[in-house]
Design a binder for this molecule. Sequence first.
Ligand code: ATP
Length: 423
Amino acid sequence: MKLFNFLSNNDNKMDIINFEKLFILLGLYINDGDVKKQVIYQVDYMNNSQYKRHKTKFNGCLIGLTDYGYIERFRVPYSFNKDDIEGLKDKLELQTNKSIDIEFISSSNGAYFDIKVYNHKLKSKYNFELIEPPIKDKIVVTLGYGRLGLLDFIIDKHIGLFGESGSGKSTTLKTILTQLVLNYKPSELQLYLSDNKGGTELNIYSNIEHTKAFTKDIKGLKDIFKDLNKEADRRYNLLFNSKLEDIKSYNNKFKKDKLPVILFVIEEFASVYKDKSIQSMLQLALSQWRSIGIYILITTQRPSSKIVTGDLKCNLGIILGLKTLDSNNSNVVIDKYNLLNNLRGNGHGYIRYNGKLNEFQSFYIDHTQVKRLIRKLEIKKENIKDDNVKSNIIELKKEGYKDPKDNNNNIGEVKDFSFLNDL
Ligand SMILES: Nc1ncnc2c1ncn2[C@@H]1O[C@H](COP(=O)(O)OP(=O)(O)OP(=O)(O)O)[C@@H](O)[C@H]1O
């Protein structure tokens, strides 16, 4: 603890650790020849606004700061590899008495690494909160809490949700779908649902205006592929005729006639994947539909390399990895041995998104709660008008919406990290 006080900058309420001093104190680089000294002498502390000015340097910049913790970024010195960097974790945790994650990132700007320092541990349960989307014009889901605050992602890529039986897949999926249907109008978001667990999990969403199709058998799933192929052709024609390249530019241009984002959920796809025609339809869809705003979310409790193949995985831009049966499955899901198999289960996971890996605990919601929250969206199809749905959403928000700042679970304000995406 003494050491930690010495290393911390006590003037700063965040207790930001001075890694420069720490590296020197630990002799981590000093003894390894001149080249490795670079990492110390290049360290150059900056605050967020300075960071923007110097952002190509990546030398010890503070790049994210919340009440939950912060991230610092360092350039990887010549002759260091990924293992050298990731091997620092235990030493740094021991010396700082803080929980730390180190992420090695290789980009066109060179190799660098982020040290994420956490001020708080993740709880094992966070009750469901309906979080108002932090950005407009994008479909955003708040999954639960990450180590640096509320954790959300944009539905702009295909998604894989993997974990062994009981790891919390269905609960996580319910959190995602419930947030989506309560936060977005059917004119902004449509659902196509294929529940291959006998229909019991997703049936709850089958009768709401957002849901364009619901099925629990293979024939129904093939019909959805056919319908969505037609919709994909229609969208390609629209883009072609207006000389635009993707849904983003189309929706920017035709603000009054936007194309809704479509989320196609295939729950427990391992049980239908043996069907060759489904395999080929899925592969084609995964490789083609992203630019036209049709995203697929697949789940399975058997994420082995036979089911989650390399071809499949390379098309999944967002991976939600819950507890896996063993280390091999952890590697299949998230490219790391001994990570997911050591999680607690019950909604504890890692998300890989925009090249970053973040630990999370997803919100807990049960069937009864979902039913209660979406009851008002269950409108007889012939009576539905967007305005009705909209007013229902507003009412629901009055009832169920919680401002994150009022929540006991919340440890503090989350600042904007969006500039990280520019890297
Ligand atoms: N986010 C969460 N927070 C706390 N507890 C959770 C969470 N998610 C799941 N659990 C607990 O774990 C149990 C199993 O969750 P769930 O049914 O979602 O798992 P699953 O992976 O879908 O399992 P299966 O594949 O067998 O259906 C739940 O009944 C609940 O008690």
